[in-house]
Ligand binder design. Sequence first.
Ligand code: URA
Length: 276
Amino acid sequence: MDAATDADRHALPRVLAAFDRAIGLDSTLRPSVAVAAAAVSVPPTDAMPAAVPPAAAAPAAARGARIPDSSLRAPGDRADRAARLEEIAARHAASCPHCVRATGWTNLVFGEGAPDAAVMFVGEAPGEIEDRAGRPFVGPAGEKLDEMIKAMGLARDDVYIANVLKARPPGNRTPLPDEVAACAPFLVEQILAVQPKAIVALGGSAVRALLGIDTGITRLRGEWLAWEPPAGADCPPIPVMPTYHPSYVLRTYTVEVRRQVWHDLRAVMARVGLGG
Ligand code: URA
């Protein structure tokens, strides 16, 4: 056996172990070495796009909504952003045209995290456990999201997590277009307050609300798109990486899906300077 082959033979288990940890591959579902090695050999070469392509899209759900001047101005330091988010949360609770009328929810789930986060995750809507806790992504999907965040070398407190809808839809059904149109302007305000370097759109509902794109997530994921701020906002377009929703990852727990999500997260890490 020559030296290179020998080195490869010793390096492979380490690479596989790191890969397994990164994508949350548990021991019961661990594939054969051949399958895992094939997955590793698909390089997550997230070449950074020279420019963020504009969203080739119908208007995003909140486009045209009136955003208060206080949310259009550039955010200041971390404390200013935190204060802004608090004000938006209070105004949302008092006046969101969807949430104040909707029934069947216990707690609104506004969102949480670092007010100056470099990465913002946007999901669909609170589920039953989130509704009880008043916090986003704290059920099984949240555990998977936590794993994804950890795999990126971040802690949950480092990122900002929000949903398109802040009130749990009855029976966890998909949000309806009029519900999104009514509630999503507050998501726009959250984005303007945090101004992350990148947004991770978790699943089709998030992509539709942020970008107005109806194309399925399977076709969209893995390619950078751009969130366009509302007219008059002191905010640049923000790169958006569409990827699978953690619930989908849990339902479709294949090496291929996890490899794809990891590819997408690596692209985000590279874009925000996390050494992806
Ligand atoms: N699914 C979501 O989209 N958001 C949550 O907060 C929880 C589950």
